[in-house]
Design a protein around this ligand. Structure first.
Ligand code: DX5
Ligand code: ZN
Length: 214
């Protein structure tokens, strides 16, 4: 079954509790985008916001690190309540070691690539990961247009996961909405991140239901 992970980057920061309740009620995960202004040309939010959401969250926190040297912060994000922590393949020198570090800190470990890296670059690390994430926009900003090549990338990754006899969910992040959710699930995605599509909607609960195919 598909899981919907609203990206809190698009939430109302003056009324975060309302949007946290929306996720608790209708969605499956809190997707939290952490940007450092170095790995990506934007800065989002950090520990105080993650911890505050964590205090009200009844669904797991899925922290997406868009920062260089994620190994320096894994422990703190795990302590802040992250149940899932993902980082970018090219943000660190030893991705396998960071995956292990995340697991050692009691969280699920995820590896992410931007659209300009081949899916094959993930293949050597699949056996050490708990989930993998394909960006369907270039990481750094919410509200971008979905890149259509993502379907073929999800499918290629799904085939390799099966070839290796693994059971990793594929998460897709960026420009995801009710209009492309079904095709992504068909291609083999199991976790869908959506920021603008959910929080800028008149009826977020209806969008989440539509993304589930209901
Ligand atoms: C982009 C972030 C995404 C983003 C998704 O760098 O990783 O999670 O917030 O937002 P939408 O759904 O608006 O593209
Ligand atoms: Zn993200």
């Amino acid at each position: 079954m598909v899981q919907i992970a609203p990206s809190m980057l698009a939430a109302d920061f003056l009324n975060l509790e309302k949007d946290v309740e929306l996720v608790n009620r209708y969605a499956d995960l809190f997707h939290l985008d952490v940007m450092d202004g170095v790995f990506v040309p934007n800065i989002s939010y950090g520990f105080p916001v993650v911890e505050a959401i964590g205090r009200k969250a009844e669904k797991p926190l899925d922290v997406h690190l868009m920062i260089v040297k994620p190994e320096n912060y894994v422990e703190r994000f795990a302590k802040a309540g992250a149940e899932m922590i993902s980082f970018h393949l090219n943000a660190t020198e030893d991705p396998a070691a960071v995956l292990k570090q995340i697991r050692d800190n009691g969280a699920k470990a995820g590896l992410v690539i931007n659209p300009d890296l081949p899916v094959e670059s993930l293949f050597p690390y699949l056996k050490d990961a708990d989930f993998v994430m394909l960006m369907s926009v270039f990481a750094g900003f919410g509200g971008q247009k979905f890149i259509e090549e993502t379907y073929a990338r999800v499918q290629a990754l799904r085939e390799e996961i099966e070839r290796q006899g693994l059971e990793l969910p594929i998460e897709v992040d960026g420009g995801v909405s009710a209009s492309n959710a079904a095709a992504l699930v068909k291609a083999g995605a199991e976790i869908l991140v959506a920021g603008s599509a959910v929080f800028k909607a008149e009826d977020p609960a209806a969008v989440i239901a539509a993304m589930r195919g209901e």
